[in-house]
Design a protein around this ligand. Structure first.
Ligand code: ARG
Length: 588
């Protein structure tokens, strides 16, 4: 709901009470954005919904409401249409005043939330010594954007990287490290063991081929769990190496996230199992400790347990998640915990949420949300791979996007006969390349799979980052051309909306708060992308030589008013893009 809808809601409440009595105070006016601008801007459907309760025809109810409805400051006289819809058209003066008000505000009139709370966003979360793959890239990009939106809304956001830094695979890795780099286990210095993914592959080959090695690996796990110094040292070394590799990606993406890996919760695992035991939920199944909750079955239709402790005493992914959940509720005092992972883990989350609920660990005021996303596919519609069939390294993927952005830019510079410095070219290529990858991901409804295509994401036309960045730079170009400093237009420069395209742009500019509120609720960043794309189109219509208005060569007071609209559009784009983790360029 935006500020205007909020005001209208209050007016409706008053009218309902005046028309039908105090007991109608809480009735929802069912205010929606009009489906067709011909009918107005908003439509209230409350008359239809009250028909049963009042035992009257909706049109008669609508008439009774309208008679008491005082919206003259906001709207033109309301009209009743069809079976009883109340159509509302915003007054131009009202729009002008609204825009004037947001102009002076760095938050563009968007109030921070009245109910700030601690929210955990658990995202990115790659696994040590394993490939940080495109799934983690999606989690990183989507999670970062969600965190940015919540932060902007004024929530106290804890960005957590639930890194997979514990587990039996470390036995194999450490055993292998002891073999090939024995000095690594004793020297204090970090050791460069090269690419960890290759190291992992070699260790795995060794592990699969040799039973004696498997036994050594198992012993290393035991030593690790017991806290043996040299083994622990090796483990830290591996984590540190991975951390450095992950950081390269985070730096490129300009993402910050606090590492709190699985190992952090190790000391808490035994009590998770004990407490489940105490609450009577624990069942022994072939030596493993499990919890059964209804609604989860395997392929054969048999009840699927959540295993919290294996028969060998080891703990599982789910056990750690239960411990982390309790920690986040008790110690972090989180009121909403958001997990951003691929849709393939939906069952895991649903199941452990349910177990935690049954155990009574989730207070009523705490909300748990799994934010699933689909797969990244290659242009052939199959799993995203390199030409040779290998998984794509994220570093390479981002570099490739930057390289291609650079090539596109160089062609454009040649066409436009422009000379630019190397510094300019590097900067534009990096911003465009990275934004293109981010935007391509965020602009899709995250629940669906999406096809990764450099050509599409770098296209200057269409719903892409370059298009959006270009719209922003184009507006800055207006200020350069007219030698106008947007900031000096005056905080309350008069706004006059005459032309249809101006009105359409103005109305749209005022909808940003509604969009941000929606993203805060449903955690779907593509809604923000859609809004920004639509805004750019509305701007282009407004600025269009034929269908739009004149700006720089318009008469005063229209010239200033239109320049303010340009500035507001640019600032809206900049703010919106920043919530997607995208930086703007003044020129490109
Ligand atoms: N490390 C996991 C993976 O790569 C993701 C962890 C997500 N977070 C969580 N609390 N389970 O699939």
């Amino acid at each position: 709901m935006n500020a205007t809808q909020e005001q209208l809601r209050v007016k409706f409440e008053q009218a309902l009470v005046a028309a039908f009595g105090a007991e109608y105070a809480g009735v929802d006016p069912i205010l929606v954005t009009a489906s067709n601008p011909k009918f107005g801007d908003y439509q209230a459907n409350v008359a239809l919904s009250l028909s049963g309760r009042l035992g009257k025809q909706p049109r008669a109810i609508a008439a009774a409401i309208v008679e008491k409805l005082d919206v003259s400051e906001i709207c033109k006289p309301p009209e009743i249409a069809g079976p009883g819809f109340i159509n509302l058209k915003l007054k131009t003066e009202y729009l002008e005043a609204q825009l004037q008000a947001i102009q002076a505000d760095s938050r563009l009139g968007i109030p921070a939330t009245k109910t700030p709370q601690r929210e955990v966003v658990d995202f990115s979360s790659p696994n040590i010594a394993k490939e940080m793959h495109v799934g983690h890239l999606r989690s990183t990009i989507i999670g970062d954007s969600i965190a940015r939106v919540l932060e902007f809304q004024g929530h106290d956001v804890l960005r957590l990287n639930h890194v997979g830094d514990w587990g039996t695979q470390f036995g194999m890795l450490i055993a292998y490290l002891r073999e090939v780099y024995p000095e690594a286990l004793t020297t204090a210095n970090a050791l460069d063991i090269g690419d960890l993914v290759t190291f992992y592959r070699k260790a795995k080959l060794r592990f699969d081929a040799d039973e004696a090695f498997q036994e050594t690996a198992r012993q290393e796990v035991v030593r690790l769990q017991a806290g043996a110094e040299d083994t622990l040292h090796a483990w830290k070394l591996l984590c540190e190496q991975s951390r450095q590799e992950f950081q390269v990606i985070y730096d490129l993406l300009d993402v910050s996230v606090i590492e709190r890996g699985e190992s952090f919760y190790n000391p808490l695992l035994p009590t998770v199992v004990e407490d489940l035991e105490k609450s009577g939920l624990l069942v022994e199944n072939q030596g493993a400790k499990c919890v059964f909750v209804e609604g989860f079955t395997n392929r054969e239709g048999e009840p699927l347990p959540l295993i919290v402790q294996k028969s060998d005493g080891g703990y599982n992914y789910a056990t750690t998640d239960l411990a982390a959940l309790r920690y986040r509720i008790q110690k972090d005092e989180a009121k909403r915990i958001i997990y951003v992972t691929d849709a393939g883990q939906a069952n895991h989350f649903a199941q452990f949420f349910k177990v935690a609920g049954k155990a009574g660990w989730i207070p009523e005021d705490v909300e748990l949300v799994h934010v699933p996303f689909g797969l990244v596919l290659g242009e052939d519609g199959k799993k995203f791979k390199t030409r040779s069939g290998d998984t794509v390294r994220l570093r390479d993927l981002l570099d490739e996007a930057i390289t291609r952005a650079r090539a596109d830019l160089e062609i454009r510079l040649k066409e436009e006969e422009r000379e630019e410095t190397e510094e300019f070219i590097n900067k534009v290529a990096e911003v465009v390349g990275i934004s293109a990858v981010k935007y391509a991901d965020l602009s899709q409804n995250r629940t669906s799979n999406y096809i990764f295509s450099y050509d599409k994401m770098l296209d200057l036309k269409g719903n892409t980052a370059p298009y959006m960045l270009y719209a922003y730079a184009r507006i800055q170009g207006i200020s350069r051309k007219g030698e106008i400093n947007f900031e000096e237009l005056g905080d309350h420069a008069k706004i006059l909306l005459q032309h249809e395209t101006e009105l359409a742009l103005a109305k749209y500019l005022l909808q940003l708060d509604e969009v941000i509120n929606t993203v805060e609720q449903d955690l779907l960043p593509h809604r923000l992308c859609e809004y920004l794309y639509e805004l750019s189109k509305k701007f282009n219509q407004f600025y269009d030589r034929n269908q739009g208005v004149r700006v720089l060569d318009a008469e005063e007071p229209y010239r200033t008013s239109r320049l303010v609209l340009c500035d507001l559009t640019a600032r809206t784009l900049k703010l919106g893009l920043s919530l997607l983790g995208i930086q703007v360029l003044e020129r490109m």
